[in-house]
Ligand binder design. Sequence first.
Ligand code: NDP
Length: 315
Amino acid sequence: MKKALICGISGQDGAYLAKMLIEKGYQVFGTARDAQMSNFPNLATVGVKDKVTYSSMALSDFRSVIQTLVKVQPDEIYNLAGQSSVGLSFDQPVETLESISVGVLNLLEALRFTGIKARLYNAGSSECFGNTDGVPATETTLFQPRSPYAVAKSAAFWEVANYREAYNLYACTGILFNHESPLRPERFVTRKIVSAAARIAGGSNEKLLLGNISIARDWGWAPEYVDAMWRILQQETPEDYLVATGETHTLEEFVAEAFNCVGLDWHDHVVADPSLLRPSEIMISRANPEKTLQKLGWKAHYKMKDVVRMMSDRN
Ligand code: NDP
Protein backbone atom coordinates (compact mmCIF):
# COMPACT_ATOMS: atom_id res chain seq x y z
CA MET A 1 0.00 0.00 0.00
CA LYS A 2 1.48 3.37 -1.04
CA LYS A 3 1.65 6.11 1.59
CA ALA A 4 0.73 9.70 0.70
CA LEU A 5 1.35 12.66 2.96
CA ILE A 6 -0.86 15.70 2.28
CA CYS A 7 0.43 18.89 3.91
CA GLY A 8 -2.43 21.35 4.37
CA ILE A 9 -5.07 18.61 4.16
CA SER A 10 -7.81 20.69 5.80
CA GLY A 11 -8.26 23.01 2.79
CA GLN A 12 -10.31 22.66 -0.38
CA ASP A 13 -7.79 20.70 -2.45
CA GLY A 14 -6.66 18.59 0.51
CA ALA A 15 -10.15 17.17 0.94
CA TYR A 16 -10.63 16.23 -2.71
CA LEU A 17 -7.11 14.87 -3.03
CA ALA A 18 -7.46 12.73 0.12
CA LYS A 19 -10.73 11.29 -1.19
CA MET A 20 -9.21 10.44 -4.58
CA LEU A 21 -6.06 8.85 -3.12
CA ILE A 22 -8.07 6.74 -0.66
CA GLU A 23 -10.21 5.52 -3.57
CA LYS A 24 -6.98 4.59 -5.37
CA GLY A 25 -5.91 2.47 -2.38
CA TYR A 26 -3.39 4.82 -0.77
CA GLN A 27 -2.86 5.07 2.96
CA VAL A 28 -3.35 8.80 3.50
CA PHE A 29 -1.66 10.93 6.15
CA GLY A 30 -2.54 14.59 6.55
CA THR A 31 -1.03 17.53 8.36
CA ALA A 32 -2.52 20.66 9.85
CA ARG A 33 -0.77 23.30 11.92
CA ASP A 34 -2.78 22.10 14.92
CA ALA A 35 -4.42 18.78 14.13
CA GLN A 36 -5.91 18.45 17.63
CA MET A 37 -7.84 21.70 17.27
CA SER A 38 -9.21 21.07 13.78
CA ASN A 39 -12.49 19.28 13.07
CA PHE A 40 -11.55 18.84 9.39
CA PRO A 41 -15.03 19.81 8.12
CA ASN A 42 -14.00 19.58 4.45
CA LEU A 43 -12.85 15.99 4.92
CA ALA A 44 -16.14 15.21 6.67
CA THR A 45 -18.04 16.78 3.74
CA VAL A 46 -16.33 14.51 1.20
CA GLY A 47 -16.76 11.51 3.52
CA VAL A 48 -13.18 10.56 4.36
CA LYS A 49 -12.55 12.28 7.70
CA ASP A 50 -12.13 8.97 9.56
CA LYS A 51 -9.92 7.39 6.90
CA VAL A 52 -6.95 9.75 7.30
CA THR A 53 -4.18 9.69 9.91
CA TYR A 54 -3.58 13.26 11.08
CA SER A 55 -0.56 14.94 12.61
CA SER A 56 0.39 18.48 13.56
CA MET A 57 3.10 20.04 11.44
CA ALA A 58 4.08 23.64 10.83
CA LEU A 59 5.92 23.91 7.52
CA SER A 60 7.87 26.90 8.80
CA ASP A 61 9.28 24.76 11.65
CA PHE A 62 12.04 22.53 10.24
CA ARG A 63 12.01 20.20 13.25
CA SER A 64 8.32 19.43 12.87
CA VAL A 65 8.77 18.78 9.15
CA ILE A 66 11.62 16.30 9.74
CA GLN A 67 9.71 14.57 12.53
CA THR A 68 6.66 14.09 10.32
CA LEU A 69 8.62 12.76 7.35
CA VAL A 70 10.58 10.31 9.50
CA LYS A 71 7.42 9.08 11.22
CA VAL A 72 5.28 8.70 8.08
CA GLN A 73 7.97 7.60 5.57
CA PRO A 74 5.74 8.67 2.67
CA ASP A 75 6.07 7.56 -0.96
CA GLU A 76 4.42 10.75 -2.18
CA ILE A 77 4.13 14.18 -0.57
CA TYR A 78 1.58 16.75 -1.71
CA ASN A 79 2.34 20.21 -0.37
CA LEU A 80 -0.88 22.22 -0.39
CA ALA A 81 -0.20 24.15 2.82
CA GLY A 82 0.37 27.87 3.15
CA GLN A 83 -1.42 31.17 3.21
CA SER A 84 -3.49 30.89 0.01
CA SER A 85 -5.29 34.21 -0.40
CA VAL A 86 -3.87 36.82 -2.79
CA GLY A 87 -5.87 39.57 -1.06
CA LEU A 88 -4.71 38.60 2.42
CA SER A 89 -1.09 38.46 1.24
CA PHE A 90 -1.09 42.26 0.92
CA ASP A 91 -1.98 42.47 4.65
CA GLN A 92 0.25 39.57 5.77
CA PRO A 93 3.23 39.51 3.40
CA VAL A 94 5.71 38.01 5.87
CA GLU A 95 3.36 35.22 6.98
CA THR A 96 2.65 34.53 3.30
CA LEU A 97 6.33 34.33 2.36
CA GLU A 98 7.24 32.19 5.36
CA SER A 99 4.41 29.71 5.00
CA ILE A 100 4.94 29.28 1.24
CA SER A 101 8.61 29.88 0.38
CA VAL A 102 10.27 28.87 3.65
CA GLY A 103 7.72 26.05 3.98
CA VAL A 104 8.69 24.45 0.67
CA LEU A 105 12.36 24.96 1.40
CA ASN A 106 11.97 23.09 4.70
CA LEU A 107 10.29 20.19 2.91
CA LEU A 108 13.06 20.04 0.30
CA GLU A 109 15.80 20.29 2.90
CA ALA A 110 14.13 17.62 5.04
CA LEU A 111 14.02 15.26 2.04
CA ARG A 112 17.69 15.94 1.29
CA PHE A 113 18.73 15.62 4.92
CA THR A 114 16.85 12.39 5.69
CA GLY A 115 17.41 10.79 2.29
CA ILE A 116 13.76 9.71 2.21
CA LYS A 117 12.98 8.88 -1.41
CA ALA A 118 9.52 10.45 -1.53
CA ARG A 119 8.18 12.21 -4.62
CA LEU A 120 7.15 15.81 -3.91
CA TYR A 121 4.30 17.73 -5.51
CA ASN A 122 4.26 21.43 -4.76
CA ALA A 123 1.21 23.64 -5.26
CA GLY A 124 2.26 26.43 -7.61
CA SER A 125 0.04 29.20 -8.89
CA SER A 126 -0.90 31.01 -12.10
CA GLU A 127 -0.54 34.22 -10.09
CA CYS A 128 3.22 33.93 -10.78
CA PHE A 129 2.70 34.92 -14.42
CA GLY A 130 1.23 38.32 -13.63
CA ASN A 131 -0.08 40.19 -16.66
CA THR A 132 0.72 38.40 -19.91
CA ASP A 133 -1.25 40.92 -22.02
CA GLY A 134 -3.71 38.20 -22.90
CA VAL A 135 -1.02 35.85 -24.25
CA PRO A 136 -1.67 32.28 -22.99
CA ALA A 137 0.97 31.29 -20.43
CA THR A 138 2.91 28.03 -20.72
CA GLU A 139 5.38 26.30 -18.40
CA THR A 140 8.18 28.48 -19.82
CA THR A 141 6.47 31.88 -19.58
CA LEU A 142 8.41 34.45 -17.57
CA PHE A 143 7.16 35.05 -14.02
CA GLN A 144 6.10 38.64 -13.28
CA PRO A 145 4.40 38.35 -9.87
CA ARG A 146 2.08 41.18 -8.80
CA SER A 147 1.32 40.29 -5.17
CA PRO A 148 3.24 39.04 -2.10
CA TYR A 149 1.46 35.72 -2.64
CA ALA A 150 2.73 35.47 -6.21
CA VAL A 151 6.25 36.46 -5.15
CA ALA A 152 6.21 33.67 -2.54
CA LYS A 153 4.87 31.10 -5.03
CA SER A 154 7.50 32.15 -7.59
CA ALA A 155 10.30 31.65 -5.05
CA ALA A 156 8.85 28.26 -4.11
CA PHE A 157 8.72 27.25 -7.79
CA TRP A 158 12.42 27.99 -8.25
CA GLU A 159 13.34 26.24 -4.99
CA VAL A 160 11.68 23.08 -6.28
CA ALA A 161 13.37 23.40 -9.70
CA ASN A 162 16.75 24.04 -8.08
CA TYR A 163 16.59 21.06 -5.69
CA ARG A 164 15.45 18.81 -8.53
CA GLU A 165 18.46 19.85 -10.59
CA ALA A 166 21.06 20.17 -7.84
CA TYR A 167 20.18 17.13 -5.68
CA ASN A 168 18.30 14.94 -8.12
CA LEU A 169 15.11 15.01 -6.06
CA TYR A 170 11.83 13.91 -7.61
CA ALA A 171 10.12 17.26 -7.01
CA CYS A 172 7.59 19.04 -9.24
CA THR A 173 5.40 22.09 -9.26
CA GLY A 174 1.89 22.09 -10.64
CA ILE A 175 1.17 25.65 -11.79
CA LEU A 176 -2.56 25.61 -11.18
CA PHE A 177 -4.98 28.23 -12.41
CA ASN A 178 -8.04 29.06 -10.29
CA HIS A 179 -10.13 26.05 -9.33
CA GLU A 180 -13.32 26.23 -7.35
CA SER A 181 -15.83 24.10 -5.50
CA PRO A 182 -18.43 24.36 -2.74
CA LEU A 183 -15.53 23.89 -0.30
CA ARG A 184 -14.08 27.32 -1.18
CA PRO A 185 -14.29 29.64 1.84
CA GLU A 186 -16.31 32.88 1.47
CA ARG A 187 -13.11 34.92 1.52
CA PHE A 188 -12.71 33.93 -2.14
CA VAL A 189 -14.76 36.02 -4.55
CA THR A 190 -16.28 33.09 -6.46
CA ARG A 191 -17.85 31.61 -3.34
CA LYS A 192 -18.84 35.07 -2.12
CA ILE A 193 -20.74 35.67 -5.39
CA VAL A 194 -22.49 32.30 -5.49
CA SER A 195 -23.53 32.49 -1.82
CA ALA A 196 -24.82 36.06 -2.14
CA ALA A 197 -26.84 35.18 -5.26
CA ALA A 198 -28.46 32.28 -3.37
CA ARG A 199 -29.30 34.46 -0.36
CA ILE A 200 -30.77 37.20 -2.57
CA ALA A 201 -32.85 34.63 -4.48
CA GLY A 202 -34.03 33.41 -1.07
CA GLY A 203 -35.37 36.86 -0.16
CA SER A 204 -32.40 38.78 1.25
CA ASN A 205 -32.37 42.43 0.16
CA GLU A 206 -28.58 42.79 0.58
CA LYS A 207 -26.32 44.19 -2.13
CA LEU A 208 -23.28 42.24 -3.36
CA LEU A 209 -20.19 44.47 -3.06
CA LEU A 210 -17.43 43.71 -5.55
CA GLY A 211 -14.10 45.24 -6.60
CA ASN A 212 -12.96 45.12 -10.22
CA ILE A 213 -15.27 42.86 -12.23
CA SER A 214 -13.46 43.36 -15.54
CA ILE A 215 -10.58 41.12 -14.48
CA ALA A 216 -10.48 37.80 -16.36
CA ARG A 217 -9.53 34.37 -15.03
CA ASP A 218 -9.41 30.69 -16.02
CA TRP A 219 -11.79 28.91 -13.62
CA GLY A 220 -11.85 25.11 -13.29
CA TRP A 221 -13.40 22.49 -11.03
CA ALA A 222 -11.23 21.55 -8.04
CA PRO A 223 -12.24 17.86 -7.76
CA GLU A 224 -10.75 17.16 -11.20
CA TYR A 225 -7.61 19.28 -10.64
CA VAL A 226 -6.42 16.91 -7.90
CA ASP A 227 -6.22 14.16 -10.51
CA ALA A 228 -3.69 16.28 -12.41
CA MET A 229 -1.62 16.60 -9.20
CA TRP A 230 -1.51 12.83 -8.85
CA ARG A 231 -0.61 12.31 -12.52
CA ILE A 232 2.31 14.74 -12.19
CA LEU A 233 3.88 12.40 -9.61
CA GLN A 234 3.33 9.23 -11.70
CA GLN A 235 5.67 10.27 -14.55
CA GLU A 236 9.08 8.73 -15.14
CA THR A 237 10.87 12.05 -14.92
CA PRO A 238 9.91 14.93 -12.61
CA GLU A 239 8.72 18.04 -14.46
CA ASP A 240 6.54 21.09 -13.90
CA TYR A 241 3.10 21.34 -15.46
CA LEU A 242 0.49 24.03 -16.00
CA VAL A 243 -3.06 22.99 -15.11
CA ALA A 244 -6.00 24.98 -16.45
CA THR A 245 -9.13 24.76 -18.59
CA GLY A 246 -7.67 26.92 -21.37
CA GLU A 247 -10.78 29.19 -21.27
CA THR A 248 -10.72 32.69 -19.85
CA HIS A 249 -13.78 34.64 -18.66
CA THR A 250 -14.28 37.99 -16.96
CA LEU A 251 -15.49 38.18 -13.39
CA GLU A 252 -18.53 39.99 -14.79
CA GLU A 253 -19.40 36.87 -16.82
CA PHE A 254 -18.99 34.76 -13.67
CA VAL A 255 -21.33 37.10 -11.75
CA ALA A 256 -23.89 37.11 -14.56
CA GLU A 257 -23.89 33.31 -14.66
CA ALA A 258 -24.23 32.99 -10.87
CA PHE A 259 -27.31 35.26 -10.84
CA ASN A 260 -28.64 33.58 -13.98
CA CYS A 261 -28.52 30.21 -12.14
CA VAL A 262 -30.98 31.57 -9.57
CA GLY A 263 -33.15 33.41 -12.12
CA LEU A 264 -31.95 36.96 -11.38
CA ASP A 265 -30.30 39.82 -13.29
CA TRP A 266 -27.01 40.70 -11.61
CA HIS A 267 -27.31 44.40 -12.56
CA ASP A 268 -30.05 44.76 -9.92
CA HIS A 269 -27.95 43.39 -7.06
CA VAL A 270 -24.27 44.23 -7.50
CA VAL A 271 -22.57 47.42 -6.30
CA ALA A 272 -18.97 48.45 -7.06
CA ASP A 273 -16.89 48.97 -3.91
CA PRO A 274 -13.55 50.74 -4.53
CA SER A 275 -12.30 49.63 -1.10
CA LEU A 276 -12.14 46.07 -2.48
CA LEU A 277 -9.66 47.00 -5.22
CA ARG A 278 -6.20 45.49 -4.71
CA PRO A 279 -2.99 47.54 -4.68
CA SER A 280 -1.96 45.71 -7.86
CA GLU A 281 -4.06 43.31 -9.86
CA ILE A 282 -3.73 40.85 -12.75
CA MET A 283 -6.13 41.95 -15.49
CA ILE A 284 -6.19 38.87 -17.73
CA SER A 285 -5.05 35.41 -16.78
CA ARG A 286 -4.86 33.05 -19.75
CA ALA A 287 -3.42 29.54 -20.05
CA ASN A 288 -2.20 27.06 -22.63
CA PRO A 289 -2.45 23.64 -20.92
CA GLU A 290 -1.19 21.71 -23.99
CA LYS A 291 1.75 20.02 -22.23
CA THR A 292 -0.53 18.64 -19.52
CA LEU A 293 -2.85 17.20 -22.15
CA GLN A 294 -0.02 15.69 -24.22
CA LYS A 295 2.13 14.29 -21.40
CA LEU A 296 -0.36 13.58 -18.60
CA GLY A 297 -3.43 12.89 -20.73
CA TRP A 298 -5.31 15.30 -18.45
CA LYS A 299 -7.95 17.72 -19.70
CA ALA A 300 -10.47 19.83 -17.80
CA HIS A 301 -14.01 18.64 -18.47
CA TYR A 302 -15.74 21.43 -16.57
CA LYS A 303 -15.49 25.06 -17.64
CA MET A 304 -16.61 28.31 -15.99
CA LYS A 305 -20.37 27.89 -16.56
CA ASP A 306 -20.30 24.28 -15.27
CA VAL A 307 -18.32 25.40 -12.23
CA VAL A 308 -20.82 28.16 -11.39
CA ARG A 309 -23.77 25.79 -11.83
CA MET A 310 -22.21 23.07 -9.65
CA MET A 311 -21.28 25.60 -6.95
CA SER A 312 -24.84 26.98 -7.05
CA ASP A 313 -26.44 23.52 -6.94
CA ARG A 314 -24.55 22.53 -3.81
CA ASN A 315 -24.74 25.89 -2.10
P1 NDP B 1 -6.75 26.36 1.29
O1 NDP B 1 -6.53 27.73 1.78
O2 NDP B 1 -8.15 25.84 1.25
O3 NDP B 1 -5.86 25.34 2.14
C1 NDP B 1 -4.53 25.62 2.46
C2 NDP B 1 -4.17 24.98 3.79
O4 NDP B 1 -2.92 25.52 4.20
C3 NDP B 1 -5.16 25.31 4.90
O5 NDP B 1 -6.07 24.27 5.04
C4 NDP B 1 -4.31 25.50 6.15
O6 NDP B 1 -4.27 24.34 6.94
C5 NDP B 1 -2.92 25.74 5.60
N1 NDP B 1 -2.58 27.14 5.83
C6 NDP B 1 -3.33 28.24 5.69
N2 NDP B 1 -2.67 29.35 6.05
C7 NDP B 1 -1.46 28.93 6.43
C8 NDP B 1 -0.32 29.58 6.94
N3 NDP B 1 -0.31 30.89 7.10
N4 NDP B 1 0.74 28.83 7.23
C9 NDP B 1 0.73 27.50 7.06
N5 NDP B 1 -0.33 26.82 6.61
C10 NDP B 1 -1.40 27.52 6.30
O7 NDP B 1 -6.09 26.26 -0.16
P2 NDP B 1 -6.55 25.37 -1.43
O8 NDP B 1 -6.88 24.00 -0.98
O9 NDP B 1 -7.53 26.15 -2.23
O10 NDP B 1 -5.21 25.35 -2.28
C11 NDP B 1 -4.17 24.42 -2.01
C12 NDP B 1 -2.86 24.99 -2.47
O11 NDP B 1 -2.93 25.31 -3.86
C13 NDP B 1 -2.46 26.30 -1.76
O12 NDP B 1 -1.07 26.30 -1.61
C14 NDP B 1 -2.87 27.37 -2.74
O13 NDP B 1 -2.08 28.53 -2.58
C15 NDP B 1 -2.61 26.67 -4.07
N6 NDP B 1 -3.39 27.13 -5.20
C16 NDP B 1 -4.75 27.14 -5.13
C17 NDP B 1 -5.50 27.57 -6.20
C18 NDP B 1 -6.99 27.55 -6.15
O14 NDP B 1 -7.63 28.10 -7.06
N7 NDP B 1 -7.61 26.90 -5.16
C19 NDP B 1 -4.86 28.03 -7.44
C20 NDP B 1 -3.43 27.93 -7.42
C21 NDP B 1 -2.74 27.51 -6.35
P3 NDP B 1 -4.28 24.38 8.56
O15 NDP B 1 -4.96 25.65 9.00
O16 NDP B 1 -5.08 23.17 8.91
O17 NDP B 1 -2.87 24.31 8.99
